[in-house]
Design a protein around this ligand. Structure first.
Ligand code: SF4
Length: 427
């Protein structure tokens, strides 16, 4: 880097406002809308710990327009959505810019997601120069404006993600089949309250009891038992989960009478841990943290497998076992392909096909290189391996219209319905 460029970077580093520990008591922290159920659980326990968090739900066209004003449209679509959502919320007049901060997660991987923070800072500098940006990461990034994470908090995040995944999956397995309208929403509300109580009483690690109570509650939702088209959702992590990023894809599938099958967020966490271990094995990049990642991975796998067994026993479809996902990845792509969501995308598509979900939407931000290679680029191979797999790759970007995206999905659903009818005729 030239000396002038170095000076410019140093200037930018000095100019942005930092989030200091005292601000915990004076500032509201806004987080972008990504996983509604998971973020509900997380924000609830953080509020109980004295933090003033709020998940944003603004998702009008104004959000995208604000994003376009501040982020070049060649940049990743998730960066544009997140920046636009922050600026739009701050412009709404609901928040005092002198007592508001915004937070974003950083995976610490090699992809551009690790660099969204300077883009958000640049946008805020132009509109709300006093608003600090906080980084939530477990890779030691942004030490001067990061969110303090200790072992206890980390454990809380882990269990909140396990519970969020289980709740999301049980809800999706009941909602399309419920006999009484709204019964699944009531069950979800009850479970969220029970999880909140467990965190409040410090009993959040009793995952067997908590998962059992969720299973029992959803078993009370009477279901019709009819066969419906099941549609898996895979892809880049933001557009896969965020209603703003994927134009409310889950809701759309439900409105079309389908069952959305959404893989777990925990898969992405375990994917990051395994990539660290693979770096040591494949690229000789062993560090002091490598054994720690090994320990964490084994612990997560143990909890995941226990939850899978309990879910199966209750008669629900379980989420994927991560070791099974790794085996699925090995059939299609090398585990060294780890930029962005990398090998996890084809692994999930293969695992969905092997567990009876042959219809898949591969949601990808337009211009996302990792997703185009590891997602769209592997579809042909997957279709050769699983002949009934019915996949549609849908681009999400600021100029794509919802109608266009939905029409592409409707074409895929037409084939899915034909396949389902043919299967039912056979039996
Ligand atoms: S995975 Fe795609 S959208 Fe996400 S940071 Fe990387 S290039 Fe951008």
């Amino acid at each position: 880097m030239k000396k002038t460029e170095q000076a410019a970077v140093a200037d930018l580093r000095d100019e942005y406002p930092r989030f200091t520990p005292e601000m915990k008591h004076t500032h509201k922290i806004l987080v972008p809308d990504m996983l509604p159920v998971h973020f509900d659980i997380i924000v609830n326990f953080l509020r109980r710990d004295g933090w003033d968090f709020e998940v944003l739900h603004n998702d009008t066209r104004a959000v995208i327009d604000e994003g376009l004003k501040h982020v070049h449209n060649d940049t990743c679509f998730p960066a544009l959505c997140v920046t636009g959502q922050f600026i739009d919320a701050l412009k709404s007049g609901k928040y005092d810019p002198d007592h508001t901060a915004v937070m974003i997660t950083q995976s610490g991987g090699g992809c551009r997601a690790s660099n969204y923070i300077p883009l958000i800072r640049k946008a805020l500098k132009a509109e709300f120069p006093n608003v600090p940006v906080i980084s939530l990461n477990f890779a030691g990034l942004e030490k001067d404006s990061g969110f303090p994470v200790n072992a206890k908090l980390l454990l809380k995040f882990i269990f909140a993600i396990f519970y969020g995944d289980t709740l999301m999956s049980l809800y999706n397995q009941c909602k399309p089949y419920e006999c009484e309208a709204g019964a699944s929403d009531e069950a979800r509300g009850d479970c969220l309250r029970a999880i909140g109580d467990a965190f409040e009483r410090g009993k959040y690690r009793r995952y067997k009891a908590i998962v059992r109570s969720m299973l029992e509650r959803f078993l009370k939702v009477r279901r019709t038992g009819e066969a419906k088209v099941r549609v898996g959702i895979v892809g880049e992590i933001y557009v896969k989960y965020s209603p703003l990023g994927n134009s409310h894809l889950e809701e759309f599938l439900l409105s079309e009478g389908c069952e959305p099958v959404v893989p777990a967020l925990m898969d992405f966490i375990m994917y990051c841990a395994v990539n660290n271990l693979n770096d040591a094995r494949l690229y000789n990049k062993k560090s002091l943290s490598t054994p720690v990642f090994g320990l964490v991975y084994r612990y997560l796998l143990r909890v995941q497998r226990k939850i899978i067994r309990m879910t199966e026993k209750a008669g629900f479809e379980p989420l994927h076992d991560f070791e099974h996902l790794r085996k699925c990845a090995d059939k299609v792509i090398h585990q060294g392909v780890k930029m962005g969501e990398g090998w996890l995308i084809p692994a999930e598509m293969a695992a969905l096909a092997e567990t009876g979900t042959e219809n898949i939407v591969c949601a990808q931000p337009f211009g996302c290189l990792p997703n185009h290679i590891a997602g769209k680029g592997t579809i042909r191979t997957l279709k050769q391996m699983y002949e009934h797999e019915n996949i549609v790759a849908v681009d999400y970007d600021p100029s794509a219209t919802k109608v266009n995206q939905e029409n592409r999905i409707k074409l895929m659903l037409a084939t899915a319905r034909e396949n389902l009818a043919a299967k039912q005729e056979k039996h």
